[in-house]
Design a protein around this ligand. Structure first.
Ligand code: FAD
Length: 560
């Protein structure tokens, strides 16, 4: 029985009820997914429970960069920059189809935050800490070279002092999470979405499992485990409160918004990192048919499950782009989609949201609940290694058992293995040829390979089963794959987190949603009223990401 097919959901949940695990992980974001993989590959029996869909929290709402965090250098976070900087190349090697090299341009504007000498030294240190070598090392470009790289900076010609040009990586955070979940599954981890942990179970005052609920059926049940790790991101303190251990350090949530415009309306040639008049920095990143711009950094006290984007947020990001690129004149009507996430930061007295550290921290309570919060998408693998090593010490002490050392540095993620980017490129060309034969837009070659890697073949093989025009047939084949191989249970799991269509190709959802939802109905035996509800839910989500109002609820989108 495949543990990655939502069709087998009932049996998967029966398995959960009848097994005692070494480890239950609460939360299926990148942190939980990474822990499940590291722990399972080192010999632990693992269950991972996610209350919504995998990566539906912060891990589908980031800037989607695997980066060292140049900004943190300014705050002297040397250890953090060194660790995540080094992790970039490792994560790229684990999934070169999903973690793509992306050169970043940092324009130097007269009177701006960055001067040529400071930037040159800063980028040198950044590369040095991360161990960047050869052609990837930073280059300082003069005005002419900068305008060649990014002609759209022409509007700044009179005040442009050149630029810094340095190496980063771009990914899809939600796909990185699901590939970690799937790879953990290969090592026997049982990972399931739409199962919420409502409470902790104790034996002799020690945590010995969780009380949880199947969100689909509302059925409550227990899962027994020797250890429980909470990787619940912004919800970490909610669980600590249930454990009566919310003392000392607490989380502080900071909201970050991104907006998406068609690439033809903001046709940058390459990724940029530029300063805004209030002293913050903003990314503009081209991605196939769109460009996205982000992010804000504002304190947030609302519901982390539903983070509103106000017109204020949109105005802030549009103003930032229009100031740096005065010829572009972006307007709200250009915004096709958007997303907002909250950073689960560890609160630091008298610091603003953007000054608070991005370092991760582990909290261990008297009852044995282990929580991990903070950190970066980029550092997930190292965070996971640290948690499993801590569990290894406990296993040795409590049960006289030893764990294997971590090998996650060498475990290619599903979708691979690819030796390097060259091999990805050759595979992408092959997929392009297949798409041409099927009458599909060449755009879908990048889309398929950068999302699914070698799994694209299985999707394309399924395409013939559907008797529609090519674009719809492809979406139906993908939905089949997402449900049978990636635990997609609801349409937005598919349209958002398995494919990125909600953010990066929203118009395509409108074109294919009818037949795709009919497929969901037939795979899951939905009633007419359920189909109606799910269709309305998709429409509501589309409106949520594409319509904006000024609202106090959204918070003020200025640097704090
Ligand atoms: C705007 C923004 C931009 C960012 N950009 C970058 C970037 O470019 N690069 C980078 O490296 N990092 C970036 N980050 C940071 C990065 O996104 C986060 O560090 C990371 O995603 C956190 O992952 P997580 O798994 O800890 O939390 P989450 O992804 O939030 O996962 C926690 C999960 O736990 C689940 N959960 C909670 N309670 C329960 C329960 N009771 N039962 C079951 N499940 C539960 C939630 O539903 C959620 O899915 C950014 C963050 C933000 C907000």
């Amino acid at each position: 029985m495949s543990l990655l097919s939502s069709i087998n959901r009932k049996e998967i949940i029966e398995n959960l009820k009848s097994t005692t695990y070494d480890l239950v992980v609460v939360g299926g974001g990148i942190t939980g997914a990474g822990i499940a993989l590291d722990a399972a590959s080192r010999g632990m029996s693992v269950a991972l429970l996610e209350k919504n869909d995998f990566s539906s929290g912060t891990s589908s709402k980031s800037t989607k960069l695997i980066h060292g965090g140049l900004r943190y250098l300014k705050q002297f976070e040397i250890g953090l920059v060194r660790e995540v900087g080094r992790e970039r190349a490792i994560v790229h090697k684990l999934a070169p189809h999903l973690v793509l090299a992306e050169k970043m341009l940092l324009p130097l504007i007269k009177g701006g935050t960055f001067g040529p000498l400071g930037t040159s030294i800063g980028l040198f240190v950044y590369d040095f800490l991360a161990g960047v070598t050869g052609d990837d090392k930073r280059k300082m470009l003069n005005k002419k070279q900068t305008l060649e790289k990014e002609p759209l900076l022409e509007g700044q010609r009179d005040v442009l002092n050149g630029s810094g040009y340095y190496a980063e990586y771009r990914t899809d955070d939600a796909r990185l999470t699901i590939e970690n979940i799937k790879t953990a599954g290969k090592y026997g981890a049982l990972c399931i979405n739409y199962v919420q942990v409502d409470d902790l179970k104790y034996e002799d005052g020690r945590v010995a499992g969780v009380r949880c609920r199947n969100i689909e059926t509302n059925e409550a049940f227990d899962v027994k485990a020797a250890y429980v790790v909470s990787a619940a991101g912004p919800w970490v303190d909610t669980l600590r409160k249930k454990d009566n251990s919310l003392k000392g350090k607490r989380l502080f949530l900071s909201k970050g918004v991104h907006i998406v415009v068609p690439h033809e309306r903001f046709p940058i040639q390459q990724a940029l990192y530029f300063d805004v008049t209030d002293g913050r920095m903003v990314f503009a990143i081209p991605r196939q048919r769109v460009t996205y711009i982000g992010t804000t950094d504002t304190p947030y006290e609302g519901d982390p499950d539903r983070i509103p984007i106000g017109q204020e947020d949109v105005d802030y990001l549009l103003d930032a782009a229009n100031q740096m690129f005065p010829d572009v004149n972006l307007e709200t009507e250009d915004v096709e989609s958007s997303w907002a996430g909250v950073r689960p930061l560890i609160y630091e007295e008298s610091k603003s949201a953007s000054e608070m550290s991005r370092k991760d921290e582990i909290f261990e309570s008297g009852s044995g609940l282990i929580s991990i919060a903070g950190g970066k998408l980029t550092g997930y693998r190292k965070m996971a290694e640290r948690i499993t090593s801590l569990l290894g010490q406990k296993l040795a002490k409590d049960h006289n058992r030893s764990l294997k050392p971590s090998t996650s540095e060498k475990i290619p993620l599903t979708g691979g293995p690819f030796q390097n980017s060259g091999e990805v490129e050759a595979y992408r060309k092959g997929i392009g040829r297949k798409l041409a034969k099927l009458g599909l837009d060449p755009f879908y070659a990048d889309y398929l390979v950068y999302n699914y890697g070698k799994q694209s073949d299985e999707i394309l093989n399924k395409l013939n089963a559907f008797n529609n025009e090519p674009e719809t047939a492809l979406a139906r084949a993908e939905a089949w794959y997402a449900i049978h191989h990636e635990l997609a249970l609801r349409p937005m799991d598919f349209f958002n987190r398995r494919t990125g269509r909600l953010y990066f190709n929203l118009p395509s959802i409108r074109r294919v949603m009818g037949p795709v939802l009919e497929d969901f109905r037939s795979y899951f035996n939905w009633s007419d009223s359920r189909l109606k509800e799910e269709t309305a839910a998709v429409q509501e989500e589309i409106d949520w990401v594409s319509k904006f109002e000024y609202s106090a609820k959204a918070g003020k989108a200025v640097s704090s």
